[in-house]
Write a protein that binds this ligand. Structure first.
Ligand code: 6PG
Length: 475
């Protein structure tokens, strides 16, 4: 019997996806460059419908046609190496899927290259970590539509199901690099969400002086309302956890974890692309910067001895009121971050002719992925009402929340700034709101400056055309 699909790469994501596919009744061919890894999987799962191969030729021969091959290998050179090995063995119409965290530019180039040989190439975003891969991830496949149709029956079965309506968290995203692009924005949004939660924690901790236990309770409470999401849920859980290996096991584990925020680069990619296509994506980008400055631990420790904190005392007001203000500031800022992310998706979609279905993207993020949240339904609803919505802020639900919560975010930002506690995400969010709703910005003066020193010309408010002012003539 031939395998219905093959998986290359038996590291944890590849192995778990293979097991997930097998558990839905499919026979799966598996292959890993180092054969020992394949043997290990077989040893642990000998009773399963897995067909192991030790050579790539054997692997390709073990698959039914048209072949469907899911590559779960490291992004970059290792992915190209596998493609180069497979290519001479494949036939026209076969489907190659790259499920790694690949940069969409690479996916576009590979899709174009393989298309010339008649091989379909799908770049698929996979979210949900190891457990998601095994039990149900959110999947974002992009490439030839015919190729998607060939793998859709499998993808629909293995993906997470939304709690609201049981729908599969997978959809055809669009041609060539669309899937990996959407995954990149997902990761940018993930960075933004994390940063905004971390800022809320920092204010509660270092401005208001709440205990870790208290904060665990607050996040737990928040998770019952409109903030209900995976990241809030795990934050509440994290704050209840005590140290496991230190000398004092009664200490919260967060207090023992070093404040150096690492990254694997996909958040940076979404900021880079925002700069490339000229979309303000300040909340996510501040989240990237927040990680970078956190990494400068030694410099910060030194600076903390030399640079004074503000002197003034802050007025915290009533505790319950403050907690609610922070909650509103967090939700408001989250909305701004998503408004920016979806604006970026819209502009990228136009530029690349991807025809992205924005409501559907929010829909397939409702389960399985790291940013899964109740509020994604509001985004789907907004695009259902108006598919060509330019910015989520112009949707009634968003407008209403922004109007109701804006005073809170202003108060919280002012409080944090006065106390000397950094709130880059919150301030970027309110600044974006104020810039986006500004009929007039000071770019008139900017244009005058550019025209003054560089004759870059300016446009006028009262007539069409480009003008240059005689700055160097006496008036
Ligand atoms: C997911 C995640 C995942 C990502 C990690 C690490 O959707 O499952 O986005 O793909 O690689 O979260 O990201 P950083 O190391 O850059 O924080």
């Amino acid at each position: 019997k031939l395998a219905n699909i093959g998986v290359v790469g038996m590291a944890v994501m590849g192995k778990n996806l293979a097991l997930n596919i097998e558990s839905r009744g499919f026979t799966v061919g598996i292959y890993n460059r180092t054969a020992a890894k394949t043997d290990e999987v077989m040893k642990d799962h000998s009773e399963k419908k897995l067909i192991p191969s030790h050579t790539i030729e054997e692997f390709v021969d073990s698959l039914e046609k048209p072949r469907r091959i899911l590559m779960m290998v490291k992004a970059g050179k290792p992915t190209d190496a596998v493609i180069d090995e497979l290519l001479p063995l494949l036939d026209k119409g076969d489907v190659l899927i790259d499920g790694g965290n690949t940069n969409f530019h690479d996916t576009m180039a590979r899709n174009a290259r393989l298309d010339k040989s008649g091989i379909n190439f799908i770049g698929m975003g996979v979210s949900g970590g190891e457990l998601g891969a095994l039990q149900g991830p959110s999947l974002m496949p992009g490439g030839q539509k015919e190729a998607y149709d060939l793998v859709a029956p499998i993808l629909e079965q293995i993906s997470a199901k939304a709690p609201q309506d049981g729908k599969s968290c997978v959809a055809y995203i669009g041609p060539n690099g669309a899937g990996h692009y959407v995954k990149m924005i997902h990761n940018g949004i993930e960075y933004g969400d994390e940063e905004l939660i971390d800022e809320s924690y920092n204010i509660m901790r270092n401005v208001a002086g709440f205990s870790v236990d208290e904060m665990a309770g607050i996040f737990k409470e928040w998770n019952k309302g409109e903030l209900d999401s995976y990241l809030i849920e795990i934050t509440a859980d994290i704050l209840t956890r005590k140290d496991d290996i230190g000398d004092d096991k009664s200490k919260p584990i967060v207090d023992m974890i070093l404040d150096r925020g690492n990254n694997k680069g996909t958040g940076k990619w979404s900021s880079e692309d925002a700069l490339d296509i000229q979309v303000p994506q300040s909340v996510i980008t501040e989240a990237v910067y927040a990680r970078y400055i956190s990494m400068m631990k030694n410099e910060r420790v030194e600076a903390s001895k030399q640079l004074p904190a503000p002197k003034g005392n802050v007025e915290l007001g009533e505790k319950k009121v403050l907690i609610e203000k922070i909650r509103q500031a967090l939700f408001f800022s989250k909305l701004m971050s998503y408004a920016q992310g979806f604006e970026q998706l819209r502009i990228a979609s136009d530029k690349n002719d991807w025809n992205l279905k924005f409501g559907e993207l929010a829909q397939i993020w409702r389960a399985g992925c790291i940013i899964r949240a109740r509020f994604l339904q509001n985004i789907t609803d907004a695009f259902d009402k108006k598919p060509d919505l330019t910015n989520l802020l112009l949707d009634d639900y968003f407008k209403d929340i922004a109007a109701k919560y804006q005073e809170s975010v202003r108060d919280v930002v002012a409080l944090a700034v006065k106390a000397g506690v950094p709130v880059p995400g919150f301030s970027a969010a309110i600044t974006y709101y104020d810039s986006y709703r500004a009929e007039v910005l000071p770019a008139n003066l900017l244009q005058a400056q550019r025209d003054y020193f560089g004759a870059h010309t300016y446009e006028r408010t009262d007539r069409e055309g480009n003008f240059h002012y005689p700055w160097y003539e006496e008036q």
